[in-house]
Design a protein around this ligand. Structure first.
Ligand code: SF4
Length: 352
């Protein structure tokens, strides 16, 4: 076996030992999907996520020009880990008193930390076995200037579905990705074939029509973006479509046939924190500063800040059809100010 193939096999073995179910290798190259990424940003579909628009010295988007952003790198080692737990899907939950937090955000440990720890373990092994003493490596979990799912596709880890998520034929799409960029030239894997076929379930199920075409998401319309990234008030016309989602949205993955038999993980760090699966809307709407800090320490949910999470829970009450929320909404409108009071007023109006 040539050295680059032997090294590739060894690093995959190390990734599996570190806890990753999937690992593949892609060349670091300007794959055609990165042109689509540039066009997507140019069309304004990234919304207010300015970090996706970071540009290099030549003015190109960093994420779309990997050879300029990482001139020293040759290969991307893509690792994926299943975070699915044995809980119902959002599409199966009917209780109007409860909301929905996206599956990825339930975990006991922040997935960035959990995945990075495993990635570092694989990276250490790579450094031990690599013959190149000048080897350069860099690990990223979400935070690097690259479009991970494109490399995951070319590493054979999965295909990018019409819902824009990465899907693996055996495991489905409940996957966290971590990447190790390296100066080593490793034998790449073959890209994963697209297995969406004629299915359009995700596009049909999206309540806000955020999947504007197959493989194209307009973040501005996406419940996940609106509830997590959007600051301040949510425009009135968007509120009804959010349903009872208070942090993220899983609908386009819940309806995907490739997730029907998705395996569940036994990993302790990805098991849900108490109260986060179908959280009580009244609890979130009135959560104190102290409880928010305590409950969401080391959780991605901190990203919305307390006011954002309360805003979302109050909007969800307005979409619940449950008039028992009316006294609480009146109280919040009277006692609070800013986005919380505004959301309470609008939800009260929607319920009456
Ligand atoms: Fe592809 Fe269907 Fe899954 Fe959408 S729901 S990602 S079209 S298989």
């Amino acid at each position: 076996m040539p050295l680059s193939a032997q090294l590739a096999a060894n690093i995959k073995h190390a990734a599996h030992n570190a806890g990753f179910e999937l690992c593949g290798i892609a060349p670091l190259r300007a794959h055609p999907e990165l042109d689509h990424f540039s066009a997507w940003v140019a069309a304004g579909h990234a919304g207010e996520m300015k970090y996706l628009e970071t540009r290099g010295e030549n003015g190109d988007l960093k994420r779309a020009s990997p050879e300029t952003t990482f001139p020293w790198a040759c290969s991307v080692i893509v690792c994926a880990i299943n975070y699915n737990t044995a809980q119902p899907y959002s599409t199966e939950v009917r209780d109007p008193q409860c909301g929905w937090i996206s599956r990825y955000a339930w975990s006991r440990e922040d997935y960035h930390d959990a995945v990075m720890r495993k990635l570092r373990q694989a990276e250490t092994k790579l450094r031990e076995i690599a013959p190149d003493t000048n080897l350069t490596t860099r690990c990223y979990v979400d935070t690097g200037p690259l479009v991970e799912r494109v490399y995951a596709k070319y590493a054979g880890v999965g295909w990018i579905g019409k819902n824009t998520c990465l899907i693996n034929q055996q495991i489905g799409s409940w996957l966290f990705l971590g990447v190790i960029l390296t100066s080593l030239e490793l034998t790449p894997d073959l890209p994963a074939p697209d297995r969406c076929g004629s299915c359009t379930r995700c596009i049909d199920a999206c309540p806000t029509d955020a999947l504007i075409a197959p493989y194209q998401l307009d973040s501005n319309k996406c419940i996940s973006y609106i509830t997590i990234e959007k600051r301040g008030e949510i425009p009135e016309e968007m509120r009804a479509g959010i349903g009872r989602h208070v942090y993220g949205c899983d609908i386009c993955q819940d309806v995907c046939p490739w997730n029907r038999k998705a395996p569940v993980t036994a990993a302790e760090e990805f098991q849900p924190r108490e109260g986060l699966v179908n959280p009580a809307l009244a609890w979130l709407a009135e959560i104190s500063e102290e409880e928010f800090r305590e409950k969401f320490r080391g959780s991605p949910i901190k990203r919305t800040k307390r006011s954002g999470l309360r805003r979302n829970a109050i909007i969800a009450m307005g979409n619940s059809g449950d008039a028992s929320f009316l006294p609480l909404l009146k109280k919040l409108e009277k006692d609070e100010d800013g986005v919380v009071a505004q959301a309470a007023k609008s939800s009260w109006n929607r319920l009456t």
